[in-house]
Design a binder for this molecule. Structure first.
Ligand SMILES: [Zn+2]
Length: 305
């Protein structure tokens, strides 16, 4: 059913016009059966324009975009598809200024499109608990570099930002990543997130930061002492995967977006997490994975509130 595309060129050939995009969204959204986005009814009438549907139960007319990230959009779906391709296939994501030029839209439109796609990507993750061997770590984004511990400094951003934000990450070795912008670094705040995301009894590798102290009650907790330069105590006790995740996050935030506000930081963290967790997927699979989570709208008002 799903068309194969390995490049942006293939994508544009597979979806030559608005109708082909509508048909694709419909095929994905209704793969388990047709339903009304208003009342959930399953008796749906099709109009001959192939764009309009009507519910036999609540009598509402609707398009296939109602209730998805494409809700209310004036932008042709073809441009959305191009944006989806770019954000899912550029290894570091894409800046709204770049996307605006590529799609011939305003930067405000590009910014909103990217945030809606990030919103879609977010809804599909955060399900199963991590288990086995899990690395946990925190990093600072922004803030005065000189106040940070050596291994938490961001190269090239010395003296840059006045405020700092903390991101907590947990990654299963050879598995999935969960990362969150945390509001504060109280022990309870951080450990509640760890306990909600890592299965009890897992092996947990962290540094000696106070926020991780006490987790030994629920996990086989091993620590690495960064202050003494002890990054790898033996072959298993290390947080190297998290270190590479932070490098990735910082390259995306500083390299692509230059800087993001604390208010929106969680969206970029989610995008990086989404991309990391799909690092082994092929192009088409990754695209269709985003298509499969288009449910749920993100109005502009909610985004800027
Ligand atoms: Zn209905």
């Amino acid at each position: 059913m799903l068309t194969h595309f390995d490049s942006l060129f293939d994508l544009l050939a597979a979806f030559p016009d608005e109708q082909s995009c509508i048909d694709h969204v419909r095929a994905i959204r209704w793969q388990d059966g047709e339903f009304c986005p208003h009342c959930g009814g399953t008796r749906v009438y099709h109009f001959s324009d192939r764009k309009t549907f009507k519910c036999a139960d609540c009598r509402e007319r609707f398009s296939i975009k109602v209730g998805t990230i494409f809700h209310d959009t004036k932008l042709p779906l073809r441009k959305w598809f191009m944006a989806l391709w770019m954000i899912t296939n550029h290894p570091k994501g894409i800046a709204s200024t770049t996307l605006a030029k590529d799609l011939k839209v305003t930067q405000k439109t590009a910014w909103h499109v990217l945030h809606r796609i990030r919103h879609a990507a977010r809804t599909s993750s955060f399900n199963a608990s991590l288990k086995g061997t899990v690395e946990g770590d925190t990093t600072f984004i922004g803030g005065k570099e000189r106040n940070k511990h050596a291994h938490k400094r961001t190269p090239g951003s010395q003296g840059g930002f006045a405020t700092k934000a903390v991101v907590l990450g947990m990654v299963e070795r050879e598995g999935e990543l969960r990362a969150f912008h945390v509001r504060d670094t109280r022990v309870k705040t951080v450990q509640d997130i760890v306990r909600n995301n890592v299965a009890k009894g897992s092996a947990l590798m962290t540094d000696e930061d106070r926020v991780f102290r006490g987790l030994g009650a629920d996990y086989f907790h091993h620590t690495v002492n960064h202050s003494e330069g002890e990054y790898v105590r033996n072959y298993t006790v290390h947080a190297n995967t998290m270190e590479s995740v932070w490098a990735l996050l910082k390259r995306q935030i500083i390299g692509v977006h230059h800087w993001v506000s604390s208010k929106h930081l969680h969206r970029y963290v989610d995008e990086m997490t989404w991309r990391f967790n799909r690092r082994d997927m092929k192009v088409t699979a990754r695209m269709n994975d985003v298509f499969s989570c288009i449910e749920g709208r993100l109005p502009y008002k909610a985004l800027i509130a």
